[in-house]
Design a protein around this ligand. Structure first.
Ligand code: ATP
Length: 419
């Protein structure tokens, strides 16, 4: 590792003056209270990788596991600097400090975690910095920089994180890591691809072993969805899915989920669409993944009502698709008039070429402004009512078919047919 630069020098060069000042305040106040504070997590990793980081997490170690020391320290800093807004979360023994310029610092009391059962929320107890770092996901995320006391500005590396950083390896701290928390599988892939690292071979074995037993088949929830969406939102989303597939870890989403050619082509096609959409690309990718397997996959990942409806709509229409002989825009419109663009795209992503392109073409046509509106019909003497709507829809169908191209043509067309 290019540790030729000292920690001081890195803090000096890579942190903003704002962040340095905040850390100095932490250092001074921790000394005054007889506590020890550490910079931990992603910020330390990024500093050692010569990246800048403004997302600073501080862990505070009390005297033999004293509880609530992060809150004590944060309160002290806020007392000394009245411009700082202080918020305590006593239940979690954490606190947050925000400066008027928007700079935020999160402080947590050093703690250890026990997992009563795999995938469950951990039980927590205040502890030493060593145990706090031991509960973390990877060695490269388990480094700390001591901020005060006799070891001030030293790198704390209990688990070989610095060597793994220099060898560009993502490595867990113990064999049970993925059994305790399967979201770490997704995190391992994310860090490997984001940083250009490799998952250590033994860590890969731990992943495969933890997944193959079917242990995670019942596990789901908010955190899994969040980590999956992070991956699906990244520029490397396809590599991430390929990697998860290779590690058999798509099984965490559904036991039968595999990145086969059909799924891959559907996802890639979706990603190439440049229509303005209301649903983020990552969410659509997630829904496409869920459409590749049975409906029971959806309950593992909390989805909002709109997403659920989209998936169910597409799923219900899917078996009928091969029987749709007429793919003209008016014919598609008869089936899909009330479908959102996102739902139509999902449906298209389940199809092959050229059917997909027909649906895309239809979407494009559907977005064009209507030649005729209700005001036009009123001017022609029609009264609002069910036929009113039927006429408008019929005119739009003729527009989609290309029969009508101007407003004048549309008005004449209505006159001929309905007056
Ligand atoms: P990024 O720069 O991508 O945000 P980060 O390392 O800051 O990376 P966070 O998700 O913000 O990532 O997590 C902060 C720290 O909390 C991590 O560095 C890691 O030490 C710890 N952590 C987060 N999630 C887990 C987890 N599931 N299991 C164990 N430790 C975790």
């Amino acid at each position: 590792l290019p540790l030729f630069r000292s920690v001081d020098e890195r803090l000096e060069r890579q942190l903003s003056p704002r962040a340095r000042e905040a850390l100095l305040q932490v250092s001074k106040s921790a000394d005054a209270l007889g506590l020890v504070a550490y910079l931990v997590g992603g910020a330390v990793r990024d500093l050692l990788l010569d990246r800048t980081s403004e997302d600073l997490d501080v862990v505070v170690e009390g005297r033999t596991g004293e509880a609530g020391v992060a809150v004590q320290l944060a309160r002290r800093i806020a007392e000394e600097d009245i411009t700082v807004r202080f918020e305590a979360f006593e239940k979690y023994q954490t606190a947050s400090l925000s400066w008027p310029d928007g700079f935020v610092l999160d402080l947590a009391t050093a703690r250890t975690e026990f997992y009563p059962r795999p995938g469950a929320n951990p039980e927590v107890e205040s502890a030493s910095i060593r145990l706090d770092l031991y509960r973390r996901d990877f060695t490269i995320n388990a480094l700390a920089i001591c901020l005060n006391g006799p070891r001030a500005w030293q790198l704390i590396d209990f688990f070989g994180g610095a060597i793994d950083l220099s060898n560009r390896l993502v490595r867990v701290l113990h064999p049970n890591s993925f059994i305790e928390d399967p979201t770490r599988i997704f995190r391992a892939v994310r860090f490997a691809l984001k940083l250009g690292f490799t998952i250590a071979p033994q860590t890969e074995t731990f992943i495969v072993r933890s997944v193959s037993g079917g242990l995670h088949d019942l596990y789901g929830g908010e955190r899994l969805r969040t980590e999956l969406l992070y991956l699906l939102a990244a520029p490397f989303w396809l590599e991430a899915l390929l990697c998860l597939d290779r590690l058999q870890a798509l099984r965490c989403i559904h036991p039968q989920l595999h990145l086969d050619n059909r799924l891959r082509s559907g996802l890639e096609w979706l990603s190439g669409i440049s229509l303005p959409l209301k649903v983020p690309a990552a969410q659509l990718r997630l829904e496409r993944l869920l459409l590749a397997v049975g409906p029971e996959a959806a309950w593992k990942l909390p989805l909002d009502g709109a997403a659920r409806q989209r998936i169910e709509k597409v799923r219900s229409l899917c078996p009928e698709l091969p029987r749709w002989a007429d793919r003209s825009a008016p014919a598609l419109h008869r089936q899909l008039a009330d479908w959102s663009p996102e739902a139509v795209l999902l449906l298209a992503s389940l199809e092959e070429e050229p059917q997909r392109e027909h649906l895309l073409l239809y979407l494009g046509l559907r977005e064009q402004p209507r030649l005729l509106n209700g005001k036009d019909l009123k001017e022609l003497g029609f009264k609002a009512g069910p036929t009113f709507r039927a006429i408008l829809e019929a005119a739009f169908a003729a527009q989609l078919a290309g029969t009508l191209q101007t407003r004048e043509e549309a008005i004449d067309w209505v006159r001929e047919r309905y007056l």
